[in-house]
Write a protein that binds this ligand. Structure first.
Ligand code: SF4
Length: 228
């Protein structure tokens, strides 16, 4: 993608598949799962699965952030690998394998261990430790130190989800800046209640102003639909 989020000519390829389902962001976005009758956890909006990552609907598997909030992409990748293999095993009548975190700490959101946090600002994923003298260690750059201080005082995340338009089309959006982590679910609930006008939406358009101290902007284009 270029700086305007448009595909770069010649930098694409075609993958032959039946469907592609993406889960991107920290709040599970499960409209497709919900419409399929998959059970969702009312506290997190994530899918409920067994240890094989299979939902209450046989043959539908769920993993990654559609299932639970994870701070490390390693967990998402590992769980996706197991869910995909189990889906293949389900189709072929093979043996499924339970998913086990590749780490002794819980993949659920929050601090993975007292006194430490993983920096999520870049793929380095530095392990940041709160030292007894009040300093931070483990960071490779100053942003990590600032992140560790913020994370302990008032952790914040950018909220990403979709908003409905009057035609029923979904517009992918995010908050323009991070909001307190403890407000993510209620903010998501507020945005789900709002309905956008039927309009041409461009990537970067401000769709909701003065929302939780920031604004809500579109992350993709949604064309206006002709009304009958
Ligand atoms: S401390 Fe710096 S280098 Fe390390 S993960 Fe954070 S942003 Fe990346």
């Amino acid at each position: 993608m270029d700086e305007n989020h448009r595909a770069i000519a010649g930098d694409s390829w075609i993958v032959d598949c039946d469907a592609l389902v993406l889960s991107v962001g920290l709040i599970p976005e499960n409209e497709v799962a919900r419409s399929a009758g998959v059970g969702l956890d009312p506290r997190s909006n994530g899918t409920v699965t067994d240890e094989f990552m299979q939902t209450n609907i046989h043959g539908i598997f769920s993993c990654g952030n559609s299932h639970a909030v994870m701070d490390l992409v390693d967990f998402v990748s590992s769980q996706g690998d197991v869910a995909g293999k189990n889906a293949a095993a389900f189709c072929c009548g093979g043996t499924m394998t339970p998913w086990q975190p590749p780490h002794r700490y819980s993949p659920a959101k929050g601090l993975p261990e007292p006194g430490a946090v993983n920096c999520i600002l870049c793929p380095n994923g530095c392990r940041l430790c709160y030292e007894k003298d009040g300093t931070i260690s483990g960071h490779l750059c100053r942003r990590g130190e600032e992140y560790a201080i913020q994370e302990r005082a008032n952790p914040k995340r950018t909220l990403t989800l979709t908003m409905r338009t009057k035609t029923g089309a979904l517009a992918p959006v995010r908050t323009a800046s991070p909001i307190p982590k403890c407000d993510l679910l209620s903010a998501a609930a507020d945005l789900r209640e709002m309905v956008l006008d039927n309009q041409d939406i461009s990537c970067g358009d401000i769709l909701v102003e003065n929302f939780r101290g920031t604004s809500v902007i579109a992350t993709d284009c949604v064309p206006r639909l002709e009304e009958l």
